[in-house]
Design a protein around this ligand. Structure first.
Ligand code: ADP
Ligand code: MN
Ligand code: MN
Ligand code: MN
Length: 340
């Protein structure tokens, strides 16, 4: 028998976007544990905005396990919050979407690293040199030294955890970065994204830095942070066709408000029609168009309207479970064209 540290991580009841919570339990296992070996656990919902009536016990149901490279003999146990009767807690957005294996998602998480109330590299007073050289930039004068150290350490923690990272890059504003996570099924990428946020927020503690997910932390001529959501369905990947694509886009256009509602708070500050965004109340799509609501990758039309689509509207703070649930709903509403 050996002792393992299990960090049960869950999402609290904060609205509109939950925050991450976690606590450790030590358990004995004969060999490294798998998901099926992990017991249910509980917590006091009255301290996390999840208490229902007078009974404050909430249940943690493990749904995914990740090796935790920051601790010895340790795992992160991503958990759904359940009511004592075993049904999902109202705050449990993951449970609201079936895990549809045909839906694939790729999230581009943009974020700032903040210290002393401002982005890394911003002077105490005023602003650094304007945007331009920071995007995918290199050199101390542009990047500083701390940000990349954190970004690289985070990347290694994520890869060690088995998170399906696809890449990282420095972003347009100073102190702004991005990582991309891809997953097949409606849960995998969203699960990985929450755990990646957890790993970053925890890693940053030792540098006295904060993960800043607000979509427009600096007003003025500085880019906001998005979370472009790339998605594809089996139909889009394998069949495609103009007719299905246009039916799908019509469904998106008919649901602008419902999508924006779950695409992250304060998005009107970011979706202005400037800084590579479309206005919040408009919907359009375009080939390689970074000013569109939905961008079609360069070969999408040439490939017979086949491939994936990039919804550019979700912002950095959005809850990936709610994004996935909404896209799933809109895709479902179109159904399968008769010819397929
Ligand atoms: P850009 O910055 O040009 O928008 P990125 O390389 O940052 O492009 O992001 C592209 C995203 O598209 C990645 O997250 C990737 O996982 C995702 N992606 C690629 N193919 C698919 C697919 N078939 N279905 C869903 N997402 C996909
Ligand atoms: Mn990107
Ligand atoms: Mn980006
Ligand atoms: Mn993008």
């Amino acid at each position: 028998m050996a002792k393992y540290k299990l960090e049960y991580v869950w999402l609290d009841g904060k609205k509109p976007i939950p925050e991450l919570r976690g606590k450790t339990t030590i358990k004995d296992f004969e060999k490294p544990p798998a998901l099926a070996d992990l017991p249910l656990w509980g917590f006091d919902g009255s301290s996390t905005m999840q208490a229902e009536g007078r009974s404050s016990d909430c249940i943690l149901k493990p749904v995914a396990i990740y090796p935790d490279g920051a601790r010895k003999s340790a795992y992160i146990v991503l958990s759904e919050v359940m009511l004592p009767d075993g049904t999902p807690h109202p705050s449990n957005m993951r449970a609201a979407t079936p895990d549809d294996p045909d839906l694939w998602f790729g999230f581009e998480q943009e974020y700032f690293l903040y210290k002393d109330g401002r982005p890394l590299g911003f002077p105490e007073e005023g602003y650094p040199a304007p945007q331009g050289p920071y995007y995918c930039g290199v050199g101390y004068k542009y990047m500083g030294s701390l940000a990349r150290q954190i970004v690289e350490e985070h990347l290694d923690l994520c890869l060690h955890a088995g998170i399906n990272h696809e890449g990282i890059n420095a972003e347009v504003a100073k102190g702004q970065w991005e990582f991309q996570i891809f997953g097949k099924g409606s849960h995998k990428a969203a699960d990985d994204l929450w755990v990646a946020r957890y790993l970053m927020a925890r890693l940053c503690e030792k540098y006295e830095v904060d993960l800043q997910l607000h979509c427009k932390p600096i007003r003025g001529d500085w880019n906001g942070s998005g979370m472009h959501t790339n998605f594809s369905t089996r139909l889009l990947r394998e069949v495609g066709g103009k007719e299905y694509f246009e039916a799908l886009m019509a469904a998106f256009e008919n649901n602008i408000g419902a999508h924006i509602e779950v695409y992250g708070p304060d998005n009107h500050l970011r979706l202005t029609g400037h800084h590579e965004t479309q206005s919040i109340d408009k919907f359009n799509y375009g080939l390689s168009d970074r000013g569109a609501s939905i961008r079609l990758p360069v070969n999408f039309i040439r490939n017979g309207y086949r491939g994936y689509l990039e919804d550019r509207r979700p912002n950095s703070e959005a809850d990936p479970y709610q994004i996935v649930a909404r896209i799933w709903k809109t895709v479902e509403s179109v159904g399968e064209p008769a010819l397929v």
